[in-house]
Design a protein around this ligand. Structure first.
Ligand SMILES: NC(=O)c1ccc[n+]([C@@H]2O[C@H](COP(=O)([O-])OP(=O)(O)OC[C@H]3O[C@@H](n4cnc5c(N)ncnc54)[C@H](OP(=O)(O)O)[C@@H]3O)[C@@H](O)[C@H]2O)c1
Length: 340
């Protein structure tokens, strides 16, 4: 580790930096005294961070503004296909010590076993030339991890987050729950409460990324939370505690929801029933990251802060959550559940 890294004066570039995870990394890094540069196309939230150096370009073909510049670390939040990760990592390799590649736990193959660590089986694509990220997200990220490490000759740090949640998340996947619970009344809660869930607060992830930059971490790390098993019931109880809602949870069985064509994860986010080969989905082993300093704020704090952030959004944005079931659908399902 270089002296300035130990002291915290780190020159870090973020490939991206202006959507959700990027801004939190920027905030955490500059709070630690890092000197930052952002590289992006200038399309997403262009007015953000007016005081930080911005280099414009496109990682698909226009990397000129990165040429000849030196940084201690690069944090790549926007790499999805190996071709483009190879391009940026090869260009930067002679001029950076560490390449932080933000991957995903979706790199794992289906039928994951509970407790899978970093060496678990990875998703593959039947067509390695395809760059269809929607279709082959996990497999392409897995290939991108390898591309980053190859270009950096082992100086890549690969981080595999689970669902990233918290203030600033525009998908509403986790946010559905704090918003719904805070509204109060009878809340449809899926399953029997025992299904495990995993997610990570974006601010905990960002803080760890900055710590790992200062420690010059390399290798591959699963990075989702919390530290100990969290059930759907414990998550909803924590959300109730954090948001102060007067909610009453009615646990509706997985079989019943399935009969009504309510899909786990997509219709009722965060939740994936622990069965049918999906038992490992929310039980990924993150002990390596935890031993390397990844820590988690209380689940109730994430809930409270996410709700507080959501309440700052314009009214028309708040009018319709982008994930979860509608109030009408929930009422209809609860009535059918009680009448069965
Ligand atoms: N959300 C989750 O639950 C979750 C879970 C696991 C893993 N992940 C991973 O976490 C990362 C998410 O990061 P984020 O989107 O929040 O990061 P971010 O750094 O906040 O935003 C993405 C950035 O990439 C830039 N960008 C996009 N296309 C570009 C291009 N062609 N050339 C240059 N810059 C480009 C965007 O700016 P411009 O548009 O201005 O170029 C933007 O600044 C992804 O890698 C994702 O796979 C997410």
């Amino acid at each position: 580790m270089t002296d300035h890294k130990r002291r915290g004066f780190v020159k870090t570039a973020a490939v991206g930096g202006t959507a959700f995870l990027g801004p939190q990394v920027v905030e955490a890094a500059r709070a630690r005294g890092h000197v930052l540069t952002l590289f992006n196309r200038g399309k997403t939230n262009p007015g953000l961070f007016p005081d930080i150096e911005k280099l414009h370009g496109d990682r698909d073909g226009d990397l000129a503004s990165l040429e000849g510049r030196k940084w201690d670390a690069v944090v790549d939040t926007s790499g999805f296909v190996p071709r483009l990760v190879t391009m940026s990592a090869s260009l930067l390799a002679p001029n950076v010590n560490q390449y932080v590649f933000i991957s995903t736990i979706s790199v794992f193959a289906e039928d994951l076993k509970p407790g899978t660590a970093e060496d678990g089986p990875l998703a593959t694509t039947p067509d390695p030339s395809s760059e269809d990220v929607r279709k082959y997200y996990g497999a392409l990220k897995a290939l991108s991890e390898k591309a980053a490490d190859k270009a950096m000759s082992g100086r890549a740090w690969t981080i595999r987050p689970g669902l990233i949640v918290g203030p600033g998340d525009q998908t509403d996947r986790y946010t559905y729950w704090p918003v719904r619970v805070a509204k109060g009344g009878e809340v449809l809660a899926p399953g029997d409460g025992s299904d495990p869930v995993q997610y990570i607060d974006v601010r905990d992830l960002a803080a760890w990324i900055v710590l790992g930059v200062e420690r010059n971490l390399t290798g591959t790390y699963n990075a989702t939370g919390p530290a100990k098993k969290l059930t759907m019931k414990a998550m909803l109880d924590a959300i109730k505690k954090g948001t102060g809602g007067e909610a009453k949870f009615t646990w509706v069985s997985t079989a019943f929801l399935e009969s009504k064509k309510v899909a786990p994860w997509s219709d009722l986010p965060v939740w994936v029933p622990s069965r049918n080969g999906e038992e490992g989905f929310a039980q990924v082993n993150c002990s390596k990251a935890i031993a390397a300093g990844l820590s988690f704020r209380p689940a109730a704090t994430t809930a409270a802060d996410t709700l507080a952030w959501y309440r700052t959004l314009p009214e028309d944005r708040r009018g319709k959550l982008l994930a979860g079931i509608s109030a009408d659908k929930e009422r209809e399902l609860l009535a059918a559940w009680h009448a069965r």
